[in-house]
Design a protein around this ligand. Structure first.
Ligand code: EPU
Length: 433
């Protein structure tokens, strides 16, 4: 990873089917919260095989700021929150990444109070935190808002029932982190079912927490004081795996994914198969993706887990854009998550966004200059560039670095012609191209 990614681009000479094997990294969206769990104990935590991503660096900067000792040893991360200097996470850090708002629960558990800035907006529309706030209030937390900061305080152990009006992944994890070490009994209803929530519960249970119902919509937590240290390896990154699967499919390639958990793909495998891709669960933790057969357009709707993930909606749109005929894509989680659409149009794709449904009239893609405005739009544009015969340039590499470790290098390992290069600062913006 580079610190200069806002000034870099990928050139991709597309049109070559991907082939070979790729090992999938551990899940970013697990690792971020497992790292926060280190605040719940004074004992050492060792997280194994943590992905090297700029989002991970951001959460680690916040932990260092509050006083956690952070050390890397190869890909393992050693964390120890022996002494905390502050229970406050400032805007300069929280604004870099929305997920950092989840430190509110962990600090509330550790210090009895926390001050966390309101996270900023995001490239694919508003992403409010109202459900987090209402959840804390329903457990007796006092929350006030001052100058863009939320100040939360608990005068006692948390107890009661949180009923989310609709599931929220971050909100569920915020409450779990707040309660695992400092609650009586707390019941979360309509909890998020995403496997990354289950992963946090598994790690906390190994630290001594009493949590039941993870992976179902009702989670019960009985706070246990004095959680222990643990050595823990996050689950496999189903979104990274899905992105490689869609890149394989878009280039009509054959790739084996190693170190995946086929059990956590929700509808991804079903939808790829429905479109004609052959997918075999080869042996424990390996998936073969073969897209050399006849492919057909299909309709997909992103919903909460176990539905098709919103994070793969944009990459899947790029893949569908390579299949002649009409496909449709709808996102029920983030109805405005379509920053990739205008970019795909620049690659010659015929697309119409009507009433939050994307109609894709697939066919041949042309090489183009493409700009990524968020992590998964970045994944989508790399896929489009891989599928388009000729030389494309993808800017917005800093977003890829947030969620995909060494993507260019790993695609090269699958035979793709991808290179990263520095571009002049004045061209390193969304207006490039
Ligand atoms: N929502 C509210 N109010 C809230 C919280 C959420 O209205 O207080 C809405 C959101 O606006 C959205 C829906 O509820 O429409 C679901 O949001 P959720 O809270 O579940 O998302 P999140 O926790 O902010 C995580 C992932 C996202 C992923 C979503 C949905 C992390 C770090 N982020 O976000 O991943 O898209 O769940 O699965 O876990 C990514 O990796 O690129 C990414 C954006």
């Amino acid at each position: 990873m580079t610190n200069n990614a806002s000034n870099e681009a990928l050139t991709i000479q597309g049109g070559t089917p991907l082939s070979g094997e790729v090992t999938v990294k551990r899940a970013k969206n697990s690792a971020l919260y497992l790292i926060l769990a280190s605040l719940l104990t004074t004992e050492p935590i060792r997280l194994q095989d943590v992905p090297r991503l700029s989002d991970v660096d951001v959460i680690l900067d916040i932990l260092r700021h509050v006083g956690v000792d952070v050390r890397w040893h190869g890909r393992d991360l050693f964390l120890q929150a022996k002494h905390i200097h502050t229970c406050s996470a400032p805007y300069s850090l929280v604004s870099k990444m929305r997920a950092s708002f989840v430190i509110m629960g962990a600090l509330l558990a550790r210090c009895g109070e926390s001050r966390v800035s309101m996270p900023g907006g995001c490239a694919f529309g508003p992403r409010p935190i109202d459900r987090h706030i209402r959840a804390f209030k329903s457990l007796g937390v006092t929350i006030s808002e001052e100058g863009g900061d939320f100040y939360a305080r608990r005068d006692d152990l948390l107890s009661g029932r949180v009923v989310f009006e609709a599931p929220t992944v971050g909100g569920t994890q915020n409450v779990i982190l707040a309660c695992a070490a400092s609650s009586r009994e707390v019941i979360i209803e309509n909890a998020a079912l995403e496997p990354e929530v289950g992963d946090l519960c598994t790690m906390l249970s190994e630290m001594g927490a009493e949590i039941t119902g993870a992976g179902t919509s009702v989670i019960t937590i009985r706070g246990v004081e004095g959680l222990k240290g643990v050595t823990y390896r996050p689950i496999s990154d189903r979104i990274e795996a899905g992105t490689f699967m869609m890149a394989t499919a878009a280039t009509r390639g054959v790739v084996t994914l190693r170190d995946v958990d086929a059990g956590i793909f929700g509808q991804v495998i079903d939808k790829l198969r429905e479109s004609g891709v052959r997918i075999e669960v080869e042996e424990a933790n390996s998936l073969l993706v073969d897209a050399r057969g006849e492919l057909r357009p299909i309709d997909v709707e992103a919903t909460e887990y176990p539905g098709f993930p919103t994070d793969l909606q944009a990459p899947f749109s790029s893949y569908l854009a390579t299949i002649p005929g009409r496909s449709t894509v709808r996102d029920r989680v983030y109805p405005d998550r379509f920053t990739h659409v205008a970019e795909l149009q620049r690659a010659g794709v015929d697309l119409k966004l009507n009433d939050r449904t994307l109609e894709i009239f697939g066919g041949d893609l042309s090489p183009a200059r493409l700009h990524a405005a968020d992590i998964r739009a970045g994944g989508a544009l790399v896929i489009a560039a891989l599928a388009a015969p000729g030389r494309s340039v993808v800017t917005g590499v800093k977003y890829l670095d947030r969620g995909y470790e060494a993507l260019g290098e790993r695609l090269r390992g699958l035979g793709a012609n991808v290179h990263r290069f520095g571009i002049p600062r004045d061209l390193a913006t969304g207006t490039y191209g």
